[in-house]
Design a protein around this ligand. Structure first.
Ligand SMILES: Nc1ncnc2c1ncn2[C@@H]1O[C@H](COP(=O)(O)OP(=O)(O)OP(=O)(O)O)[C@@H](O)[C@H]1O
Ligand SMILES: [Mg+2]
Length: 146
């Protein structure tokens, strides 16, 4: 999971508000191709949150000036690959800032995305490839296997 090369099923996306939608469509197509319809809903939720975070990170950090070998800093990428019965989703962005799991108060406006990921994923985390940016990943398994 420390590999940085985008896999066969990767999709490069602009840092743009419509990108979570395209990431959802991509994840659905790939999972249906693998006959993993059982994971589509969860994977779509999770990828939406991770891509939204990647876009926000770009907007609020110096990501635009951070070097990245695998994509222009104006882009992010997503990919997914199977590991036995699980599927790993990854989202790369140009920011080195790590994601932080928060415990939001009832009246907090944000801070729920990673809570959701934490609830739905078997495991998740991030790493910073030497070539730049970071990758947030999460591993999903079918609920029936939990
Ligand atoms: N890809 C990322 N790059 C940099 N920081 C991140 C990234 N993802 C998450 N974070 C940090 O982790 C915090 C928690 O993320 P989370 O998705 O839970 O909440 P949010 O994005 O602030 O709000 P919400 O998802 O509810 O709209 C973010 O506020 C941000 O500071
Ligand atoms: Mg979020």
């Amino acid at each position: 999971m420390t590999d940085v090369t985008p896999g066969k099923h990767h999709l490069e996306l602009s840092v743009f508000p419509t990108s979570p939608y395209y990431a959802r469509v991509h994840v659905q197509r790939v999972l249906e191709g693998w006959r993993r319809d059982d994971l589509v809903e969860t994977a779509q939720l999770v990828i939406s949150e991770l891509v939204s975070n990647a876009i926000k990170a770009h907007a609020s950090s110096s990501a635009a000036t951070e070097a990245a070998a695998h994509a222009s800093p104006e882009h992010i990428w997503v990919d997914l690959y199977p590991v036995e019965e699980a599927v790993v989703l990854r989202v790369w962005d140009a920011s080195r800032t790590p994601p932080v799991l928060r415990v939001p108060d009832l009246d907090d406006e944000g801070g729920r995305g990673l809570c959701l990921v934490d609830l739905l994923a078997r495991s998740w985390g991030y790493y910073r490839p030497a070539s730049g940016g970071k990758i947030v990943w999460c591993k999903l398994v079918s609920i029936s296997m939990e």
